[in-house]
Ligand binder design. Sequence first.
Ligand SMILES: [Zn+2]
Length: 226
Amino acid sequence: MAIGKSEEEKIIAAVHGLGITGDDEGIIEAFGVLLTNQYADYYNTLSFEFEREVLKAAGNEFEEITAELLISAAQDCAVNTLGGIWASPEWSAVVQPYVETKEDVIHGIVAVCNALGWGSIKVTEIVPFEKLVYEAYSPYEALGYVEKYGATAKRGKCYMLAGVAGGIQHLVYPKGSENKSVAEVRPVAGKTDLVAMARKPEYLCSDEETCIAKGDKHCTFVATKI
Ligand SMILES: [Zn+2]
């Protein structure tokens, strides 16, 4: 059974049914990884004010380099976190029953991201080993940016979701895995070295085609081979 709209809804309901909540410090141990329950505004402030301080000190010509740095950090996080989620027992229980193909893994990861409230993401195009395109309708970074600075951005501001796009492609279609099955590319907890994998990115979404922070209606991410 492949993952379509109704399976995504079932996965989202199942993830919500897992009763995932943070401990007293806001740490959430779920899906084999450590998540945090925190305010989006807090993350946004760290990210955007870091960027503004760098530009203030070094000049606006550093905007792309700073963006690349934040996207790279996000992609590193995505490979480790989403790879951990894919390897987890919760994935086996909630998502795996619907997975037939590598493309189902992408839809499954996006369903989990949507269940966790990471942006109302909709996959619009998958070209295996080439390209992943998705749109986000409530990305916390762009919405936070607009709230704080207005829709004044010159480039995309959703660095986390840009990193996630590249990270998903890297996890699902790593170089040299063309003849491997979806089961063979699935990370194994405690065995697959996701840290080492993240250090050698193979796909990248360096900017968003559209971003709410620039005044667009939604954000569009295209991850392609580096
Ligand atoms: Zn955006």
